[in-house]
Design a protein around this ligand. Sequence first.
Ligand code: G3I
Length: 488
Amino acid sequence: MRLDRHGGHETPRRTRAGSARRVTGAALAAFLGAAVLAPAAPAAADSPLRDHAAQQGFEIGAALASDHLQNDSQYADLAGSEFNAATPENSMKWESTEPSRGQFDFGNADTFMDFAQQNDQKVRGHTLVWHSQLPSWVENGNFSQSELRSVMENHIDEVAGRYAGDIAYWDVANEIFMGDGSWRNSVFYDTLGPDFVADALRMTAEADPNAELWLNDYSIDGINAKSDAYYNLIQDLQSQGVPIDGIGLQAHLINGQVPGDLQQNIQRFADLGIEVAITELDVRIDMPADQSDLEQQAQDYRTVMDACGAVDGCVAVTVWGVSDQYSWVPDTFDGQGAPLLFDDNYQRKPAYDAVHEALGGSTGGEDPGDEDPGDEDPPPSSGPCDVSYSVANEWGSGFTGQITVTNDGGSALNGWDLEFDFPGGQQITNGWSADWSQSGSTVTASNTDWNGSLPAGESVSIGFNADHSGSSAEPDSFTLNGESCSVS
Ligand code: G3I
């Protein structure tokens, strides 16, 4: 039996958005994208990350901790000024919101929500059902199936119900699989079996018909047994008519180790008709970090931004914290740290510049006060197209190539073919974001249905995996629709 919502423990929070309307992920994205894009004035080159993101209908988020929001004004200033999306780092977890059965405490969660609303940030609720940060009254409660189901339903009802209408996405179930793709043992799985996920999704849909319903996990950034398990589960849920709107790839990464097939993985989930986001991005470094570590880290952030940016349906990148000083990383990984965009003293790191640039802003170092549109340098003269080619990842006999093609001609392209020759006998094995073919050493990448229209000045990123026997030398010339491109 369904428990009464809000069971009288806490006054329900008043919501901003009233209508109980459920929309598909794609429709919501289109609606929000249009709402963000239409009124946005062009962002100045050195504007905060959020201004550039908003211009593209994109979300750049951060995990925010309520105590720092209250006690550290530099933290709060950056949290509000740089990010247009936010995730509560700990304050909506079960141990925070329902530490004892039926006793709800929304103090820190409300602090977070108030901050996010004052700063016009889209909220990712995190998280309703998770084996960790779970109070012992749940974990060791020895509940029967029906009791645990009703404990779970009441928790979801209270927490998701309280913020109904104000949460864009809920991480409904978090970290449910092991690295080998098997189910993680937890009180939920052990008592209720795998159906606890479908149950939790349906319960959340009831409690907040407006929120998108997501699953979320770490080490599912590339294609592997664990991300395969999600891929299969999502298809399964879809075939049963269970509401599922998105998958969060946490992306807690190690410096220099962005999976080469990240974009391909994002694309395959998007191809299931759900949304994808990078939900907890950080890139940890062996300490102490030197300049080359920070530059590698910047490159890794850029790779992640580009991979998400290249896939329709990848809607957001959220970094897991604001400044290195409060990151969870040093507490968990001995000798590692400095994983975020701002250092311990809130100074921008090269990683910040990389994210800024990926969103369309300038690199660092400019004094925003010096900006005068009349003084701008004339745009560099260029050919009809520009290509940047990089090897994102390399292993024994293969590599992942990443290509960004920019339409530098004066008019939009409706359909495009990129052609180049591999100099070292490389052979494409698979590719994404384009239709790939190879004849001898000549490779052709043609637009897909969704990225054929390329307005003047805009870029498209595409990628591939290839085998090689000894040489992964880079192609030195490219043509787009038969015209020669500059190479940057
Ligand atoms: O608030 C108490 C404080 O009162 C106490 O003095 C102190 C002593 O250890 O602990 C404080 O609680 C800590 C809490 O963070 C708030 O800082 C917990 O010990 C600590 O375990 C907890 O860590 C959080 C971790 O999740 C728990 O698993 C991290 O802040 C948080 O960043 C991290 O976030 C998770 C995501 O939710 C899911 N994905 C992985 C990610 C990183 O682990």
